[in-house]
Each structure stands twice: as C-alpha cells, then as structure tokens.
Design a protein. Structure first.
Length: 317
C-alpha cells in the first residue's frame, strides 16, 4: 500500500501550530498535526489571558487553545498524538521528509516545527526528589492541592507573578522569591502583586535547596547581596524561572542558538530547506500567544509557497 504523503506535517499543538494548520488547510494543503508534548502548550496552563486581542474580558488559556484547535479541525486538519522521535529527508530528489513518531512513520513535502518550550528547572538539591510532592511548575495544574498552605513561588517575570496571583485563590500565603530587587513582570502585574495582601516579596534572594521528609517542608534561601543563608518553612514550591525549547529531538537537523532555540529568517525558514519553525521554540524577542499566532501564520504561508514550488504550482504572476 502506497504511503500517504502529506503536503505539510506540523509538530506541536499550541497556538503557533494550530494557526499554521489553519493557513495551510485554507490553502488546500493536506496537513497533519502531531500532538507530541504534555502539556501541549504553555498557553493551555495559563489561568487567565487578558492581553489576547478580541477578548476584552479575558479568557482561560485552555479555552482559547481549544478554539484554535476546533477552528483548525473545521478547515480539515488531520491529527495524530505521539512522541516524535526524529525527522529525516527520505528522498532528496522528490523532497520527501520522513517523520517517525513511535511506531508510526509519516511523510510530507514540508515540516513546520511548533514544538514550544518547557519550564526551566532550578537544578538545586531536593528539586527533583520532591517533584510532585510539593515542587511544581504549573500553578493551574497543582494549585488546588495547597489550600490554606504557605507556598513559595520562584521568579520575577510575567509567568511567575501570574502564578503567584493565581495561587492566592488557594494558599494562605505566597512568598515570591526573586533574585533581583525589582520584578521583571509588566507594571500592571507587578502592581497587583505588590498590592495583594497574601503575597510577600523576598528580594535579592535565591533558593538553594528544597527539604522535607515525605513532602516539601521548606526551602533554603540565600541573599545574593550579603550571602546570608536562612531557611523558610513552606508546603510547596512553584518554579517559574524561564523556558527551555523542546528541540533536543532534532539532533542537528537545523541550526540552533546557544540556548537551543531554532534560528529562522523572517519567513520562518530554518537553515534546512523545507523545514520551518514558529512560536516559542524559535529565536525571537517576545514569546506571547499573539506572537506565536503571527509566527504560525507566516510559517503556514511560507510552507504553502514552498510546497507549490516543489509541485510546480508556484504562482509567478
């Protein structure tokens, strides 16, 4: 039986991937999207999104991504769920790519990488041992387990402050630990945190360890200015100190920067012809849902132009 050759395979199911799928399907390209990460997107675990255009009252992250997915489905996007093991050029003469996902092999003329990023770990003593026992990287996933507890949130950016604000729904007290003397979050979020009576800000400090017996009982702190170390009792630690792109599986297929992000041009073309990238996994200045959607639209359009050339259908008028 002759294998199905898709025009485009999209890897990743966040806003960038779904937007790319909407654009390729609207261009009548047979497109497969492989959902390969849990959670599928950082947007899915966002409690409330209030800066996405068209939703003045805000919207839950999961609800917004479901809208993207349903819209893509309506345009005919095919779906498969599985871990992608590798991508390779199977037939150079015919420009056919092979995407291996567990026990399945798919083929396409172009590939769009929309693989996103995952939370960065602190790399400290006790972090891994207490993961799932008080250490978490997702407030919306685990916040309800800490009702009336004292918890620590690590970080000072938008994500960390948003997590801290969300956790005030459950926790008795949130201690927000940041290594600098001011928050990196946008002013409106920073102001909300400073005004919230449940949130205590600990400046110029880092966590050196997580300790406890069967579950988290506290953390070690170090002031980065005077080097004084102390201990802080708590029942949970939520880490929000940045992202790591999900690009390990690419194995040198495309050019990456020193932090593992995919290098692209303005057309979302990577260093490898026929491979495009969009969203949080690529080198960019701002990682937001709205910029991921913009990337996805460009990647979908560029992949359409590329496949049209491969098939001899390019419009030159």
């Amino acid at each position: 039986m002759k294998p199905i050759i898709y025009d485009v395979i999209i890897i990743g199911s966040g806003p960038a991937g779904f937007t790319a799928g909407i654009y390729t399907c609207r261009s009548q390209l047979k497109t497969l999207l492989i959902e390969c990460f849990i959670p599928s997107s950082q947007a899915v675990v966002a409690d409330w999104i209030e800066n996405y255009p068209g939703f003045p009252e805000g919207i839950e992250g999961f609800g917004l991504v479901e809208r993207f997915k349903n819209q893509a489905k309506n345009f005919g996007l095919d779906f498969y769920t599985g871990k992608v093991d590798n991508i390779k050029l199977e037939d150079k003469q015919k420009n056919i790519w092979q995407v291996k996902s567990e026990d399945k092999i798919f083929h396409s003329l172009a590939v769009i990488l929309a693989v996103g990023a995952k939370p960065k770990q602190l790399g400290i003593e006790g972090e891994e041992a207490f993961r799932g026992k008080g250490v978490s990287y997702c407030a919306i996933c685990d916040g309800t387990f800490f009702k009336d507890k004292d918890i620590v949130v690590v970080g000072g950016g938008n994500s960390a402050v948003s997590e801290a604000l969300y956790l005030t729904r459950f926790a008795r007290k949130i201690i927000l630990v940041h290594r600098r003397n001011r928050l990196r979050a946008v002013p409106i979020l920073a102001q909300r945190a400073k005004e919230n009576k449940k949130i205590e800000l600990v400046w110029n400090s880092v966590i050196t360890q997580v300790y406890g017996k069967d579950k988290v009982e506290g953390v070690g702190l170090k002031n980065v200015v005077d080097q004084v170390q102390s201990r802080l009792a708590c029942s949970g630690v939520f880490v929000s100190v940045g992202l790591i792109p999900n690009t390990d599986f690419l194995g040198g297929l495309v050019k990456l920067d020193d932090d593992g992000y995919i290098v692209t041009d303005q057309a979302m073309q990577t260093s490898c012809p026929g491979i495009f990238a969009c969203g949080d996994c690529r080198v960019k200045h701002l990682r937001q849902i709205v910029t991921a959607c913009g990337d996805g639209a460009v990647a979908g359009f560029s992949a359409t132009e590329y496949t049209d050339r491969i098939k001899g259908q390019a419009y030159d008028g």
